[in-house]
Design a protein around this ligand. Sequence first.
Ligand SMILES: [Zn+2]
Length: 326
Amino acid sequence: MKTTKNKDELQKVRYSFLKILTGSDLSRRRLPFMAVESMNPGPVVWLTGCIHGDEVTGIVTIQEVFKVIRRQPLLCGSLYAFPLMNPIGFETASRNITLSKEDLNRSFPGDKIGSVAERIANIIFSTIKETNPTLVLDLHNDWMKSIPYTVLDPNPGSAHKKAYEQTKKVAMESGFLVVQEIEEVKGSFSHSLLEHDIPALTIELGESYIVNEKNVEYGVKSIMRILAYLQMIAKPAEDFAYQAPQAAKGKILKFSSLPVSSASGIIRFLTRPGDLVKKDRAVAKIYNAFGKLQGTLLCKQDGVMLGHSDFSVAFPGAPVMAFGVF
Ligand SMILES: [Zn+2]
């Protein structure tokens, strides 16, 4: 007689908390933790969100991925998540940890007896490291006007080649544009993970501050595609690829915040996020208070516009746009 196991026998689901600190009013501050563990051994994948308190789409994306996995159990392996890494920043819609004004994403791998951010980073980092992870996907958000894309750290050198190469492969499987950072960001979560030989990819899911349902959908589909690539789930019936310019597909673009603003004034953008741009094309104009043109910003290289500043105020030297360049 054939017996089919029910969903609860195929995997264990656990939602709990890790304590981070006790407030002055004696309230306990905690990190929500989510886990789904298949009965079959396999890859260990972490999803992390809201390291910057104003970047909220990742939280919902993680919740939705877990809903899908609870309906369609993992074939093997474990999926863990810290959906809300910076609850203190989140409650005040702030990027940093409001208590100490620190950027949690510059505080890794953390320190048990360090600052507030370093202590939280230490709890996150040591918990993840203990599970011997195959991959960490860190979900972020960008300017209000921006497209979703993945961010690959700069090559951390031959000592960490394996983790870097695996991250690169996962980035190419994400269905998003792949953009590589030029400079390494010391103390960032993904940089620290790579330095500890843990593959780690950052996914930018469009705008900050508010949950954009379209970006949640893209995020869930991309994560499902990556889990299928790792053979933790069956290949989704419908494939996912973000609508990006054809010329950028299958390539690794380089991140660029050039051209920066050339003058003070009011900036008017001439291109939209997702547009393919050519070198020397005018991408923005800056006007003074009387409407007189102060400068025209020209694109430095061929590429894709990723996003532009949330404010129309311009100062000389201020970065106002981001590009992935060929
Ligand atoms: Zn961020």
